[in-house]
Write a protein that binds this ligand. Structure first.
Ligand code: FHN
Length: 601
């Protein structure tokens, strides 16, 4: 039974991409987007930046509890986890009567939150259609006392508000149907005829969705399972034939799609060119959970939105309305608060492109022609913000909120901006920097380290990797399906397998160097060397033994240890090289997530 669930989750994870994919390189181009996402068709999408995902179905009525059992983690999988017989699930779904649903209210919340597009589940893996389908009676109009078609109402409200609407559609998994993917507890998997399922349910329902709800922005396919390339192509062609302007998500499968979706809860490691989206739950579940209160705060949403935009993508964040059709209080409140921030800072998000300059210890950047937006999350202690590798000529700096001008100095490619004594918004204060000339792309530049910040993190995805070192995404969940990702440098087995960083110390001082990693018994007694070398100076080696944190299991929290390895004395500002390697050939050293550089006060 346990293995079965794991397999199912793996199937879902496969929709998101390989469980341990190689980190993106800066400037990677997604799929067939040879035009780097600038096509007319994807233009609205690449400019939109902020979308709202809605997972809503009978599972909202259960809220994480069915047949007297509670299920933590993603609640829209409750039928699968519980192995609820399809007819019993259908019977229990008759209790779903979201009489408090008000499409206009939802859209008002979205509008006030700065949302530009909404994607709602029209049919999730449970097979239940949230619209009036003539193809199957297992839908909200025919199978519940609600009788209304919420997608019709939502389509009308979105049209009125000028918000693009998309429909999520699970094209392969359908636990209600004998030939749909996923349900092996009611139906014999070996006897399934998937192509009959596509012909008789998926494709006809797609036709309904594209014919009866006006112009759609997106059909958001998910979990293609074992679909062939031809089948994925057929789904994509169907959408384009019925609505040529409608975009198709990359989870149509087999490398197809008009834009790329990264894994659930995943932000790519660097800039990605082309049309793409990062998708996140607001708490730890897509569907409504009556006991999950782990909502991301406005600060987390605002910073995530800025980070995703700085890499060139959209953030689509999910809300799970409850069984009555109400948006959970914290979701409404925190989304609206994000909207208030966006009202003042919209120029720095909508229609922006990725940052040409690598992230800095103070925050990230977004860009428009002639303008760079500095999203300041952390104020340097001395109030002097350094923007390095700036190849244009900076002409003006002002706070976006209120427009107050800021003092600006440029020396070569270093630009210094003097910040106010306190940042007007501690979550993210945006500075608009005007410039002339050209900004060259500078993603691989030294990390700025110094005494101006409490600590500097050097993530493994931004290291240079040598030898057989593999920088991999380690995917894991806490409960069930609530995927988290940690990118780690792995496969360092001999001294030539190393990672290195360039550091630019802006102030002299003593700095503590700490490694954050995971290791299990296969790394027992391994030893490594941290090399620290100032430019033109002598190298210092610091030896360490690897400590054990626990076994990697993608269905458990991945534990990391912070191990301090060295204190180095920096005598003068300047560049240093930092390298980590095994001391001798042997087993893998560890899974290194990041290195921390902390000034000793
Ligand atoms: O299995 C689904 C899951 O329930 C949810 O809909 C997410 C959203 O991206 N997609 C699948 C897993 O990746």
């Amino acid at each position: 039974m346990k293995m079965d669930i794991r397999k199912a989750v793996l199937l879902a994870a496969m929709a998101m991409g390989p469980v341990a994919a190689i980190a993106q390189q800066p400037g990677e181009l997604w799929g067939q987007q040879g035009d780097a996402g600038k096509s007319e068709k994807t233009k609205w999408f690449t400019e939109a930046k902020f979308g709202m995902f809605l997972h809503w179905g009978p599972y909202a009525h259960f809220g994480g509890e069915i047949r007297g059992k509670r299920y933590y983690g993603i609640t829209e999988w409750i039928m699968h986890r519980d192995k609820t017989p399809a007819d019993e699930y259908a019977r229990l779904s008759q209790g779903f009567n979201p009489s408090a649903f008000n499409a206009e209210e939802w859209v008002n919340i979205a509008k006030a939150s700065g949302i530009k597009y909404i994607v709602i589940t029209s049919k999730h893996h449970d097979g239940f259609a949230m619209f009036d389908s003539k193809v199957s009676d297992f839908d909200i109009v025919d199978a519940t006392p609600f009788k209304r078609d919420p997608l019709k109402e939502l389509a009308a409200a979105c049209k009125k508000a000028g918000i693009k609407l998309g429909f999520y559609y699970s094209q392969f998994q359908d636990w209600h149907e004998p030939n749909g993917g996923g349900n092996g507890w009611d139906f014999n998997k070996d006897k399934k005829d998937y192509s009959s399922y596509y012909r008789n349910k998926s494709l006809p329902q797609i036709t309904e969705l594209l014919s009866n709800y006006g112009d759609l922005g997106i059909i958001w396919f998910d979990t293609p399972g074992n679909m062939s390339k031809e089948e994925s192509a057929e789904f994509m062609a169907k959408v384009h034939r019925l609505q040529p302007g409608c975009l198709v998500s990359s989870r149509v499968g087999n490398g197809l799609g008009d834009f790329k979706d990264f894994g659930d809860g995943e932000v790519p490691t660097g800039v990605v060119k082309g049309a793409w989206e990062a998708i996140f739950t607001h708490n730890d579940s897509w569907g409504y959970s009556s006991f999950d209160q782990n909502f991301k705060s406005p600060k987390e949403i605002i910073r995530l939105l800025a980070e995703v935009a700085s890499k060139g993508g959209n953030l689509m964040m999910n809300i799970g309305p409850d069984g009555m059709g109400r948006i959970p209080g914290p979701s409404e409140q925190y989304f609206r608060e994000t909207g208030r921030w966006l009202q003042k800072n919209e120029e720095a998000i909508y229609g922006t492109g990725y940052s040409p300059i690598a992230p800095q210890p103070w925050g990230v950047m977004t860009a428009k022609p002639g303008k760079l937006y500095l999203h300041v999350f952390t104020r340097p202690h001395n109030g002097r913000l350094l923007l390095p590798a700036f190849t244009g000529k900076a002409t003006k700096a002002r706070l976006l909120d209120g427009g107050a001008p800021l003092k600006l100095q440029q020396s070569g490619t270093d630009v210094w901006v003097t910040l106010p004594a306190t940042l007007p918004d501690a979550r993210n204060t945006v500075i608009a920097l005007d410039y002339s000339g050209t900004l060259e792309e500078r993603h691989d530049i030294p990390f700025v380290a110094g005494t101006q910040y409490e600590s500097l993190a050097l993530p493994s995805e931004r290291a240079r990797a040598y030898g057989a070192t593999d920088v991999k995404r380690m995917t894991h969940s806490y409960y069930f399906g609530d995927w988290k990702h940690a990118t780690c440098a792995t496969n360092m087995r001999e001294p030539g397998d190393s990672i290195s960083y360039r550091l630019r110390f802006t102030e002299p001082g003593d700095y503590k160097i700490t490694l954050q990693y995971a290791a299990d018994t296969s790394h027992k007694k391994r030893e490594g060397i941290l090399e620290m070398k100032p430019q033109g100076g002598a190298q210092q080696d610091f030896r360490f033994q690897v400590l054990l944190t626990g076994k990697y299991d993608s269905h458990k929290p991945l534990l990391f240890i912070d191990q301090t390895i060295a204190v180095v004395s920096v005598k003068a500002p300047g560049e240093w090289a930092l390298r980590i390697r095994p001391d001798a050939a042997g087993k893998e050293l560890f899974r290194l997530r990041q290195v921390m550089v902390e000034p000793l006060q």
